[in-house]
Design a protein around this ligand. Sequence first.
Ligand code: PPS
Length: 286
Amino acid sequence: MAEVTYLTHKGILFNAIYHSVENFIFLENEFQLLDDDVVSVVYPKSGTHWMAEILSLIRHDGDPTWTNSVKLVDRVPWIETLEGMECALKYPPPRLMSTHLPFQLFPKSFLHSKAKIIYTARNPKDVLVSLYHFAKAMKGVKHPGSLEEFLETFLNGTVIFGSWFDHMKGWLEMRNRANFFFITYEELQKDLRSSVGRICRFLGKELNSQQIDSVVENASFQKMKGNKQSNGAQIPEMIMDHTKGKLMRKGICGDWKTHLTVAKSEHFDHVYQENMRGVKVTFPWD
Ligand code: PPS
């Protein structure tokens, strides 16, 4: 059984294998976002790899050469990891970056920059199920126990990167800024083509119809699953036991229905409503 090594920073749990408090402090206070940066912000298991692939393909006008030959973490580094931060600091601009960080730990320099943020959210019940399966394979974190037990852990926010509700509410505060774009995993699933078009408009990137088709094709679940640069196979053994889980698991909406009983789903809804009271946004899962 691998050792469990959490660290806590400002009340939030992180995996100590690839995070450090020093890095979090540096990121929040000293890391400089540049006006031409694009940062994909995603709570874990909500479409981080998918959005990174979409942004990589858009950056290269739909040409998959880059996505097929360079590891996803090198194309779109996670700035909060030690390795990702190093990569971001060396990245020739314009940078593409990714993060799971809650707003309060994100670089403060964002508030005075034109860096573009794309926030991708997913139905939290599907996040719960995806994270539950993934947690069984992750090293450094507690075994999630039964789904019923993990449901409580998830709802009370004692998971890595903290509470889903706090993450969502914190980032939604930014939604009226011109350099902030909000999209959901469910919208990507429902109509990837038009979602790619909307992302391009936000980025000020013009792609022709064939180029958009190529983004859609190469960012599909099947294509990504077969791409060893993007499918999680590149996640180091020290972080994940690949015999115990897969990043590209099912890639569907509503898998929670096969996992949660009616009573557990109603309990989830109750906690959701309590936590999201006052949030005046309608989501696809509402
Ligand atoms: S992580 O580890 O937090 O970065 O995981 P993340 O990438 O955010 O989320 C993993 C889930 O996203 C699904 N996924 C996709 N779904 C549809 N299409 C594409 N192309 C795609 N790529 C990744 C992946 O299967 C995980 O969801 P589940 O429900 O576990 O299958």
